[in-house]
Each structure stands twice: as C-alpha cells, then as structure tokens.
Design a binder for this molecule. Structure first.
Ligand SMILES: [Fe+2]
Ligand SMILES: [Fe+2]
Length: 332
C-alpha cells in the first residue's frame, strides 16, 4: 500500500495555481474523469493533478522497493527450502512492483534518477510500516497477512484510478499481492497451530504489527488535506477511513479463525453498523515515523543507498552495452 498521503507539508493545490489553468481544458478534463475515462500520458492535465500523481506513484514505488528490505533479511533464515523459495519469489515481486510504478511515474515527466535521488536524500516518503523491525520468523507471516492485506485493500480500488498507466500497473500488482497475503496468512496459521512457543510467536507478531498496519491507511479523513481533491479527480477512489474499516472487518475474523487475539481491548462488533468498532490509533507515533523517526528508518535508508552504490557497475555496463549496440545498428 502505500498510497496514502504521507507528506504533512503538502497543501491542497492553491487557488492561484488552479486559476492559471485554461478553464475550457480544465472543464473538459474534469468531465472525462467524471465519466470514468482514463487520462493517458499525452493528454492534457492540470499541473496539480500531474504533481499529485507523481508524488503518489513515486511514494508507492519507493514503498515497494524499501519493502523488500525487512523480508529480504529473512530469506537465508527461512525455516525450510519451500519457505525460502516462496519468500524469495515474494520479495522479487515487490521489486517488480517498484519497477512498474517507477515506469508509470516516468510517463508524467519525472525521471528515475530524480525519484531515486529524492528517496535517498530523505525528501521523498515511503510507507511508515517498513520502518519497524522484523524480529522473528513470525513477523514474515504477519507482514504478508497484514501489510500485504492492507496493500490489497488500498490497491484494488486503484485499478480504477483515473490515470491509465497507474491503473494498469495496479491490475497485475493486485494479483500478486493476493498471493503475498495468502503466503503470510499460511505462515501465521501454521505457527498458530504449532507448539505453544510457536503460537506465542504468532501472537507476538500480531501484537506488534496490528497498529502499524492500521496506520498504513494514513491519517483520519478529517485530517487528510488532499483527500477531497484526490477523490474528485479519481486519483483515490475511497477515503482512508473507509479502507481502514474494511481491513479491520476482513482481518478480525481471520485472526479468530486461527485462535489469535487482535490486540485492541476496544474492538467490538457493532450490530447497527455491521462493522467492528475499534480503538484509537496513536497518531503521534504515526507522525513521528513519517518524520523519519521509526525504529529502523536509518538502517533501511543506509541499506537502500548501499544497494544503489553496489549496483553502479551494472547500470554502467548496461548503458555501455546499449551505446555499443546503437552504434553498431547506426553503422549498419
Ligand atoms: Fe507490492
Ligand atoms: Fe506484496
């Protein structure tokens, strides 16, 4: 997931910026969006729409790539060959998701280098969830079940987002995310049915990942400044609170089915709303993590920067090869 508004600095597109747009083109654009037509890269679009999309898609791409780190740590320690192979495939999928999304963002006029630079310098945000540590094997179960589960909740509506390349990337990503969610739930289910110690590990992982997973949906609607505009332009299709509620409603019965307890004393089925009521989220913690104060934020960024530096020779070799090939083709 990864698609909520994570920056606290961004304001609504200013009235001044919108006033600079050609009113006839703006009206035509808004009519197309309202009719559920896709906007494509060469189509006219308001600058604020372009900027919002670049920010959202690049944050999403960064989250996919940074999300490889907490699980990549566990590939060598997975408890069996089958678990290793499955986890390896999952982590590779996340790398692929990052690539589709960087490519979608590039169609809006930003470059891969600019986006990577923004991530490495700390200017760009990524999902707060990846700044929490993965302490035991049970955390790999909890991440797949809860974090990928939350990602699906967020991303399924984005298959109908108004920007064509983003919507199409999301179709494939959602298929893979549902495999990720199942592999995580299956790990958790196996542990929960295992020895008392294994069950305790599964419960401990749920206890630590539950609240950060709810935070992944972003700030509450009344404190989410860009939401209304993004919904009007169909960049987002549902609000943070709607998606968070749906996640709780789907996930609580899954925990109960395998004998685990969601760590929220206020959690209660509300007959009238046909939904769960749940406790207050610690938004102070959320904003601290957004500001880069998460438990392993520095470690994550150091790992990303090191991977980028270690891969420099691959990028250089690929460029040299492409130049040589182009030269040969030109000569022919
Ligand atoms: Fe992903
Ligand atoms: Fe995933």
């Amino acid at each position: 997931m990864y698609t909520t508004e994570l920056s606290d600095k961004n304001k609504k597109p200013s009235a001044a910026a919108m006033a600079n747009e050609d009113p006839v083109r703006l009206a035509a654009f808004e009519a197309r969006v309202a009719a559920d037509n896709f906007i494509e890269p060469k189509d006219w679009m308001p600058e604020a729409y372009r900027k919002t999309l670049i920010r959202q898609i690049s944050q999403h791409a960064h989250s996919e790539i940074v999300g490889m780190l907490p699980e990549g740590n566990w590939i060598t320690r997975a408890p069996s060959l089958r678990r290793k192979a499955v986890l390896l495939a999952k982590v590779q999928d996340e790398g692929g998701h990052g690539l589709y999304l960087y490519a979608a963002a590039e169609t809006l006029g930003t470059s891969r280098d600019e986006m990577i630079e923004a991530l490495h310098s700390g200017r760009a945000k990524y999902s707060t969830i990846f700044n929490y540590p993965t302490l035991t094997w049970a955390d790999i179960g909890a991440i797949g079940w809860l974090v990928d589960g939350a990602a699906i909740m967020n991303q399924v509506p984005l298959q109908r987002t108004s920007y064509g390349p983003y919507a199409r990337a999301m179709v494939r990503i959602c298929k893979e995310e549902s495999f990720h969610q199942r592999q995580g739930y299956e790990i958790t289910m196996t542990l929960a049915a295992g020895s008392p110690e294994q069950k305790r590990m599964a419960q401990d992982a749920l206890d630590r990942w539950w609240w950060p997973s709810l935070m992944m949906f972003g700030p509450p609607d009344d404190n989410s400044p860009n939401s209304a505009q993004s919904i009007r332009w169909r960049i987002k299709r549902e609000t943070n609170d709607q998606l968070r509620q749906r996640f709780v409603d789907v996930t609580v019965p899954q925990a109960e089915a395998i004998g685990l307890r969601v760590p929220d004393p206020a959690l209660k089925w509300n007959e009238a709303r046909e939904s769960y009521d749940f406790g207050e989220i610690d938004w102070e913690e959320f904003y601290a993590v957004v500001r880069g104060e998460g438990p392993v934020a520095k470690e994550r960024m150091n790992a990303r920067v090191k991977a980028w530096a270690d891969g420099a020779w691959v990028r250089e070799a690929a460029l040299a090869h492409a130049a040589k090939r182009n030269g040969r083709l030109a000569a022919e």
